[in-house]
Design a binder for this molecule. Structure first.
Ligand SMILES: Nc1ncnc2c1ncn2[C@@H]1O[C@H](COP(=O)(O)OP(=O)(O)OP(=O)(O)O)[C@@H](O)[C@H]1O
Ligand SMILES: [Mg+2]
Length: 235
């Protein structure tokens, strides 16, 4: 779809704003967000509850339009694409991990993981199923491939969600409190898995978290404060 020199940032966000408007209220949430993500880095996004982390991740994931401003990913201005171009771009280049895994409950782990691929090529393929099985093995769930999502523990579901996010070999994984629902040990293990995968694949990760310990283990942190980004150096 596009080629760009590797020296360009993966993501450049410029003066991004979002104000929610309904009949009675205007709620300004993002008030001029500026930051870039280099290829292959793992960045934690912090900020108090209501500071706009989920809103920003949803916009960067092209699931919600900003009020103004631009963001470029892989050199492409995503604020200028049509809905169908966006959905193709999203499916090809972006993976999502949510706090509440969002697995399809009646489908097996394998079917959940292959889902984004099937969406992209129009059906489940043997190659897709093989990759899904490989990813499940990578997240330590080979023995749960054929279990329905409802038969998995919380930590296992979250590992399936990680595998699913990686299915289409995305350039960027957006994770909204990926360990927010897990106990300390399981959260640490999931985070460890994410960092290993990030190192192995060179995928860029932007993850929101309230977990200070995990944020401090990312290469870099950004903080949302009063609608703008404050950069915190890693220590
Ligand atoms: N559809 C909407 N209409 C109006 N206001 C909204 C809407 N969605 C979110 N908001 C407001 O935007 C603000 C930011 O919400 P958001 O969910 O992005 O915060 P957050 O940083 O992810 O918080 P948390 O840490 O609790 O998940 C909140 O004040 C919320 O009330
Ligand atoms: Mg949130």
């Amino acid at each position: 779809m596009m080629t760009t020199a590797d020296s360009t940032p993966l993501l450049e966000v410029v003066d991004l704003r979002k104000t929610f408007v309904d009949r009675y209220f205007e709620t300004p949430v993002l008030k001029g967000i500026n930051f870039t993500l280099a290829r292959g880095e793992m960045v934690a996004m912090q900020g108090s509850s209501g500071s706009g982390k989920s809103t920003l991740l949803t916009i960067l994931g092209t699931l919600l339009a900003p009020t103004s401003g631009t963001f470029r990913m892989l050199g492409q201005d995503l604020t200028r694409l049509t809905e169908s171009q966006l959905s193709e771009f999203r499916n090809r280049y972006i993976g999502f991990i949510f706090q509440h895994h969002h697995l399809l409950p009646d489908f097996t782990a394998l079917e959940n993981v292959v889902f984004p691929h099937a969406g992209r090529v129009g059906r489940e393929t043997r190659v897709g199923l093989e990759r899904a099985a490989m990813l499940l093995e990578r997240v330590g769930l080979s023995d749960r491939k054929h279990y329905r999502a409802t038969r998995l523990s919380g930590g296992q579901k979250q590992r399936v969600a990680i595998a699913r996010a990686l299915m289409n070999e995305p350039s960027l994984v957006l994770a909204d409190e990926p360990t927010g629902n897990l106990d300390r040990d399981t959260a640490n293990q999931s985070f460890e898995l994410l960092t290993e995968i990030q190192r192995e694949t060179g995928t860029t990760f932007l993850l929101s978290t309230h977990d200070e310990l995990l944020a401090s283990r990312c290469e870099r942190r950004i903080r949302l404060l009063d609608g703008v980004v404050v950069t915190t150096p890693a220590h």
